[in-house]
Design a protein around this ligand. Structure first.
Ligand SMILES: Nc1ncnc2c1ncn2[C@@H]1O[C@H](COP(=O)(O)OP(=O)(O)OP(=O)(O)O)[C@@H](O)[C@H]1O
Ligand SMILES: [Mg+2]
Length: 422
C-alpha cells in the first residue's frame, strides 16, 4: 500500500499531494470519512499508510471522528486535515489526534513539508508503540516531585502549591502541578483556578497518547504554572487507573523540567503509581505524636517496598514548641533528619483561603522564607546538575514491569536503602 493516502473529491488537490509526495498516493473519495479504518487499510501493521490526508470539506465532524479512530488504532499513521477553517477547528483537531492542518489552496512546497513532518511523527509513534526507547528522551526527563503524608490536613497542598508556584516563577514554562488527590483535591481552590478539564479528562483519549494534546488539557495559572486539577466528581477517580497515573506523569516529565504532584493522604493505589515515577519525595508531617507516628509507618512501608527515592525531603509543619515535642524528638522517632520546619502561621492559613500561595503574594512571613528554601533545592545550578534517578520499573501493580527487570530493580533499590534511611 502507498505511504500516503488522501481522501478528497478535488482532482486539483490530489495532483498537488501527488506532486509533493513524489510517489503514488492511495486516492480515496470523501466516502472514506464514514468508513472504518480497518475496511480502508486492513490491520494496523506496516502496510497501513504513514500519512492519511483527509479533506474535511465544509463540516469537519466526520473527518475528526475518523481521525480519532485512526489515532486510537493505527499508531503508525499520522492524520493531516485539509480545512479552510484552521483557527476555528484547530483545538478540536488536536484533541482528535490530527497531526497537522493544511489549507485547501496550499502549494506543493507547503504540502511537502507537512507530509514530511507527519511521516516523521508517525514513525516516532510507531517506534513508541512497539516499545523502542529513545535514550536521549529518557535522559532529558524532568523531576517528578511528589508531596506525600499518611495523614490528612497536614499541609501537603500548601507545600505542593507553593513549591510549584515558586518553581514556575523561578524558571518560566518549567513546571506543572498535578492534583492527584483526584476525589477531594483542592489545588484549584488553593490557586483560585477554574479548570475546564480535570485529571480524569486528561488520562483518556488522544491526550493519553500525545503530549502536545495533553498540554491542551492543562490550565495555566497567572504565574505561568501549568496545572492539572482534580475532578469535581469524586466518582471520576474510579475511572483513573494506576497505569493511567504512571503514563500521565511520565508524559509530563518528558515535557516539563519539574512535575510537582500533590497527593491524597496515605498510600493509595494512585499515590503508589506516582511513587513509581517519583524522583524526589517531599514528606510532610504535622508536629504531633499521631502525625509523626503515622509518618514513621509510611517511611517503613516505603522502605519495605523499595520505593524510597534517593532524593527525599522531610517537612515538619505546624511546628510549635508549646506542643511538648522538639524537632530532635521528631527526628528520633522518624529515624531521619528533618529538612524543613514550617511554623504555624496565620499568613499560611489566609493564603489558602484567598487562593493566593505565599510564594505568589510574597507576603513577609517565616513560612514564606522557609518555602523559598524548598524551591531553591530544585533550582540552584548544583540542583540542576544532579541527574535525577527515576525508579526503574519498580511497579507495585506489575503493569509496568519491563520483561523480567521489575523484581531485580526492586531488589536493587531495597538493597540500596537497606540499613537505614540516612
Ligand atoms: N504552617 C501553617 N500554618 C497555618 N495553617 C496552615 C499551615 N500549613 C497549612 N495550613 C492550613 O491547614 C489546612 C490544611 O492544609 P492543606 O490543605 O495544605 O493540607 P493537606 O495535607 O493538603 O490536607 P488534605 O490531606 O486534606 O488534602 C489549610 O487550611 C491550610 O491553610
Ligand atoms: Mg490536600
Amino acid at each position: 500500500m502507498s505511504r500516503i493516502a488522501l481522501a478528497t473529491e478535488s482532482a486539483d488537490l490530489r495532483q498537488r499531494v501527488q506532486h509533493a509526495s513524489g510517489e503514488a498516493v492511495l486516492a480515496l473519495t470523501t466516502g472514506a470519512l464514514r468508513t472504518e479504518p480497518a475496511h480502508l487499510f486492513g490491520p494496523p501493521d506496516a502496510a497501513a499508510p504513514e500519512v492519511l490526508v483527509l479533506d474535511a470539506g465544509p463540516g469537519a465532524d466526520e473527518a475528526l471522528a475518523l481521525a480519532a479512530r485512526v489515532e486510537a488504532g493505527y499508531p503508525g499513521t499520522a492524520v493531516v486535515l485539509v480545512s479552510d477553517r484552521p483557527a476555528e477547528i484547530g483545538l478540536a483537531a488536536l484533541r482528535s489526534g490530527v497531526h497537522d492542518i493544511l489549507e485547501p489552496g496550499a502549494d506543493v512546497a507547503d504540502i511537502r513539508s507537512v507530509l514530511d513532518r507527519a511521516a516523521r511523527a508517525s514513525r516516532a509513534r510507531a517506534a513508541a508503540a512497539t516499545g523502542r526507547h529513545d535514550d536521549d528522551a529518557a535522559a532529558a526527563r524532568g523531576r517528578v516531585i511528589s508531596v506525600v503524608s499518611p495523614k490528612g490536613g497536614v499541609g501537603k497542598t500548601t507545600v505542593a502549591t507553593n513549591l510549584a508556584v515558586g518553581l514556575a516563577r523561578a524558571e518560566p514554562d518549567s513546571t506543572v502541578l498535578v492534583d492527584l488527590d483526584i476525589q477531594f483535591g483542592d489545588v484549584a481552590s488553593a490557586l483560585n483556578l477554574r479548570a475546564e478539564y480535570s485529571l480524569a479528562d486528561a488520562v483518556h483519549g488522544p491526550a493519553s497518547r500525545d503530549t502536545m494534546v495533553l498540554k491542551t488539557f492543562l490550565t495555566v495559572h497567572e504565574t505561568g504554572l501549568y496545572v492539572l486539577c482534580g475532578s469535581d466528581s469524586p466518582a471520576a477517580a474510579d475511572a483513573v487507573t494506576a497505569e493511567d497515573v504512571g503514563r500521565l506523569l511520565a508524559m509530563l516529565a518528558s515535557e516539563f523540567r519539574h512535575v510537582v504532584v500533590d497527593t491524597a493522604p496515605g498510600l493509595s493505589e494512585h499515590t503508589l503509581a506516582a511513587m513509581d515515577e517519583t524522583s524526589d519525595l517531599v514528606l510532610v508531617t504535622s508536629m504531633d505524636v499521631p502525625g509523626v507516628r503515622g509518618m514513621r509507618k509510611e517511611l517503613d512501608t516505603l522502605d519495605a517496598l523499595g520505593m524510597f527515592p534517593d532524593a527525599r525531603y522531610v517537612a515538619l509543619n505546624f511546628a510549635d514548641r508549646r506542643g511538648g515535642l522538639s524537632v530532635a524528638d521528631v527526628e528520633a522517632t522518624l529515624g531521619t533528619g528533618v529538612d524543613l520546619v514550617l511554623p504555624r502561621s496565620r499568613a499560611a492559613l489566609a493564603s489558602v483561603n484567598a487562593g493566593v500561595p505565599l510564594l505568589q503574594s510574597e507576603v513577609r512571613d517565616p513560612v514564606t522564607k522557609h518555602l523559598r528554601t524548598l524551591v531553591r533545592r530544585y533550582t540552584t545550578p548544583e540542583a540542576a546538575a544532579v541527574r535525577t534517578t527515576v525508579p526503574a520499573a519498580v511497579s507495585t501493580t506489575g503493569a509496568r514491569e519491563v520483561a523480567g527487570q521489575g523484581a531485580a530493580a526492586s531488589g536493587r533499590r531495597k538493597a540500596r536503602h537497606r540499613g537505614g534511611r540516612r
